[in-house]
Design a protein around this ligand. Sequence first.
Ligand code: 531
Length: 361
Amino acid sequence: MRTDSNDGPHLFQPLTIRSVTLRNRIGVSPMCQYSAVDGLANDWHYVHYGARAVGGAGLVIVEATGVTPEGRITPGCLGLWSDDQIEPLARIVKFVQAHAAVAGIQIGHAGRKASAGLPWDGGEHLTTAQGGWETVAPSAIPFGGGLPKIPQALTDAQIQALPARFVDAAKRARAAGFTWLELHAAHGYLFGEFLSPLTNQRTDKYGGSFENRIRLLLETTRAVRRIWPDNLPLAVRISATDWVAGGWDLDSSIGLAKLLKAEGVDLMDCSSGGLLPDAVIPVQPGYQVPFAESIRRQANIATAAVGFITEPQQAEDIVRAGQADVVLLARQFLVDPYWPAHAAKTLGIKMPPPNPYARAW
Ligand code: 531
């Protein structure tokens, strides 16, 4: 990792990880668009991701993308389980890169939270007749509330087959041209369900001790790192805490980050929650930033901070204080695709506009 300049706002200093340089420290957090059919990206995705590259983001991370059809959160989620899914993503990558942003993608498996309806249809579990499917998890424990399906506890053979699904999806991500890959191990989806003792009650080598609960994520990371090019960054998003007593916590996250770093992970993307419906989460501006800071300092690994980051000075302070290397904005990027350009102005510098907009910026 290298900082290329010490002048001006830290938020606008480039960041190099392996051979990839972000023009600034601002990333578009992966956000489900629920707009795909059969896991295929379409014009909605092209415009959504493309607009945010034009708006000045250094990194644009494509939403949670299922490594298998059953691993999608909803029927509207993207997938990378088939070669047909490469081309429409490649079109997006090409445009994002043409506008000087790094194109990343998050791959994952939704575990017991899969087979959900679209949020604007209520977001509850779908029956087979409604286009849903059976879900899987480490243990046969339902999420509850609107996601009541009892997942099938994965067999040993099914678990052993999972890293290869992530490897296949990662190869397709590379074929599409992505140069940044993120494994989704946060928000109570499959990996998160393995990590937490509250959802993993297995008695085999994938459950019980910390070492056993992290095994699937570690094995998957190792397998993916083997095929993901050496010169390209690999990130992992975690929930740094379940926000529930007896669950996964910050100390576990620091321990995990150290081990993932040894497996060749370059950056920990630090979110929280999502495992249990009744967690009490003290949401306020920057509430997850302390996780990014502790993991960065104690595991000595680059981090991304995410969650309720909306203001330019707030983002600048996070990077300047060394709490995180990158800030990922989610909802704020839905409000304002040009947030980086606006932030630059607020912080007293000018981003070079794309040529067709040169008269306005
Ligand atoms: C928001 C969310 C944030 C933190 C905890 C739980 C949920 N998300 C995250 C999503 C999908 C929809 C809403 C993903 O991580 C894919």
